[in-house]
Design a protein around this ligand. Structure first.
Ligand SMILES: Cc1cc2nc3c(=O)[nH]c(=O)nc-3n(C[C@H](O)[C@H](O)[C@H](O)COP(=O)(O)O)c2cc1C
Length: 331
């Protein structure tokens, strides 16, 4: 059965790219889209930043036609600011607006935004209602199980946010106090899926990094789709591999080294196009080791890739990797 968010048809069991600060930017989204992701989100964008017209926040509103369907994610602690931010984000013409109620980091959660709203569901409901009323686009929410082990209140959150009009809910199977530690627990997500009152799509998130996990957890937790974050960093092929498995029941071979080089080069090129040469090259440095995980003696290449400042020199190192590992189809 096809999954729908408002009028957006995502097909059967969609795979979503998680919003990730400093990662889910247009260059990274480009390579994920090439590999079959069904829906993507921007990195989270501060409502206050958007209102102040902060260049960094505004730049994150950049979306491209080929990226559709795409959601812009916003966060904040003030209801009026969130309403205004939703209006600004709507003008950027995404397919939907997502609210972040999951971010655990101190300078977000301790300032009353992100996961902190899990401690004040009434405010979360009012904020969500304000955002829903501020835009004609579907509004979705991404959150966690609760604040800590004693307050896993996402079951109530799901019902109440559906009541004020959200069109889908993504749940990261951790509490705020877990941050990113321990294992994600999806059992509460299944409870929400089994709640007959909840009829919006519910997506599971947290720790999916293989075809096996996606296939097992789809069955075990009965979710409508899966959102993947870290598993896609340096490995956008995860989307095509999972999709292939669901379609055919067979495992697709992983990318060859040549493919890794090609996709990494595309990522670099897009990075330069969107951020300019200097920043594009600099910000790409964090991605090289992820693209080439498992390659023997990669350290020397890495050292060169992260120190070079010229795109043609980087391209020659990438070409050298391709040539030297030509025989190595897979790692
Ligand atoms: C580097 C990084 C940045 C993140 N930034 C965001 C963000 O901007 N908005 C958000 O809702 N979640 C953010 N998250 C959380 C992810 O969206 C996701 O919920 C989490 O990583 C668990 O999923 P995973 O195990 O598939 O990575 C971030 C996670 C990482 C690792």
């Amino acid at each position: 059965m096809s999954v729908k968010i408002g009028n957006i048809n995502l097909g059967e069991f969609p795979l979503l790219l998680a919003p990730m600060e400093d990662v889910s930017d247009p260059p990274f989204r480009y390579v994920c889209k090439q590999n079959g992701v069904d829906m993507m989100y921007t990195e989270f964008i501060s409502s206050e930043g958007l209102i102040r017209d902060a260049a960094k926040s505004r730049q994150k509103l950049d979306i491209f036609e080929y990226e559709r369907p795409i959601g812009i994610q916003i966060f904040g602690s003030n209801i009026d600011s969130m309403r205004e931010a939703a209006e600004i984000a709507t003008k950027a013409n995404p397919d939907l607006i997502d609210i972040n109620y999951g971010c655990p980091v101190k300078n977000v959660a301790c300032k009353g935004a992100g996961a902190s709203l899990l401690q004040n569901i009434d405010k979360m409901v009012q904020m969500t209602k304000a955002v829903v009323e501020a835009t004609h686009l579907p509004v979705t929410v991404k959150t966690r199980l609760g604040w800590d082990d004693h307050t896993k209140n996402v079951y109530e959150v799901a019902e109440r946010l559906q009541d004020v009009g959200i069109k889908a809910l993504t749940i990261h199977g951790r509490t705020r106090s877990q941050m990113y530690k321990g294992n994600a627990d999806w059992s509460l997500i299944r409870d929400i899926k089994r709640n007959p009152y909840v009829n919006i799509p519910v997506f599971g998130n947290g720790d999916v990094d293989s075809v096996e996990k996606a296939a097992n957890w789809r069955l075990e937790y009965e979710v409508d789709g899966i959102m993947i974050g870290r598993g896609a960093i340096g490995y956008p092929w995860i989307f095509r591999e999972i999709k292939h498995f669901f379609k055919t029941g067979e495992y697709l071979a992983g990318p060859t080294i040549a493919e890794r080089v090609d996709v990494c080069s595309t990522h670099l090129q897009k990075s330069i196009e969107w951020k300019g040469e200097k920043t594009g090259i600099f910000e790409m440095r964090r991605h090289y080791s992820n693209y080439f995980k498992g390659i023997p003696n990669f350290k020397d290449y890495r050292m060169r890739l992260v120190s070079l400042e010229n795109v043609s020199e980087i391209a020659s190192v990438l070409a050298e990797i391709k040539e030297n590992f030509f025989e190595t189809a897979h790692v």
